[in-house]
Write a protein that binds this ligand. Structure first.
Ligand code: DX5
Ligand code: ZN
Length: 222
């Protein structure tokens, strides 16, 4: 993959929520390609984060696509609400969508991009049947639920296998990774075939600020 075409998706989970609008604007100015919004319900993952009103408030603040990572049970119940609030793409977990194909079709019928997410313990093979319908595959490189965890190196082989599968079956499908992405792991996942990198702590949790943090991440890919 051409390093210059790698996309960065700052995850606002690590932002200062009291200054969320400002931080998203700063990320946009610094060259972010999309904004990643982590929605957690305390059931699918052991943590509660943010929901529909945050998406609604962010919509007028940025022109960047808002990508909603649904770490919730019964995601079908909330698709419309997130789309009405301004979501551009909805990412649902293979492990949490009982009728995954129906959910993906529903998102597309509503005119938005559909992503399928898999956890570290979920094998690449589960993607085989759904890949033709997905616009994006998101590989979790930590267990979902919390920001600031260590990148799991064991996921690299799977990223490589999914890259091969995508190249064979649907080359236009994006391959994104999420969790523990910093200047070191970014290089590894890109070498393995990832094209979109979600990063929370290494963008919003850096004392030098969002702009410097994003420059540093991009520089690590050169
Ligand atoms: C984890 C979330 C991630 C999280 C990444 O469950 O899906 O998007 O914000 O945070 P970092 O980059 O700090 O690992
Ligand atoms: Zn996420």
């Amino acid at each position: 993959m051409d390093r210059k075409s790698i996309k960065l998706a700052p995850s606002i989970l690590a932002a200062d929520f009291a200054r969320l609008g400002e931080q998203v604007i700063e990320a946009e100015k610094a060259g972010a390609d999309r904004i990643h919004v982590d929605v957690m319900d305390g059931h699918f993952v052991p943590n509660i984060s943010i929901g529909v009103p945050i998406v609604q408030s962010l919509r007028p603040v940025t022109r960047l696509p808002l990508e909603i990572h649904l770490m919730i049970e019964e995601p079908d119940r909330y698709l419309e609400a997130f789309i009405e609030a301004g979501a551009d793409s909805l990412l649902v977990h293979q492990e949490g969508a009982v009728n995954l194909h129906r959910t993906v079709q529903h998102i597309k019928l509503l005119g938005k991009r559909a992503g399928v997410v898999i956890n570290p313990a979920t094998p690449a093979g589960v993607l085989e049947e759904i890949l033709p319908d997905a616009d994006l595959i998101l590989v979790m490189t930590v267990n979902p639920g919390f920001g600031g965890q260590h990148f799991l190196h064991g996921t690299l082989g799977k990223i490589r296998r999914i890259r091969q599968l995508i190249d064979q079956v649907k080359p236009e499908c994006e391959l994104e990774v999420d969790g523990g992405i910093d200047a070191l792991s970014a290089r590894l996942v890109v070498e393995a075939g990832a094209g979109v990198l979600v990063a929370g702590s290494s963008i919003f949790g850096v004392p030098a600020g969002v702009t410097r943090a994003m420059e540093h991440l991009r520089a690590s890919l050169k």
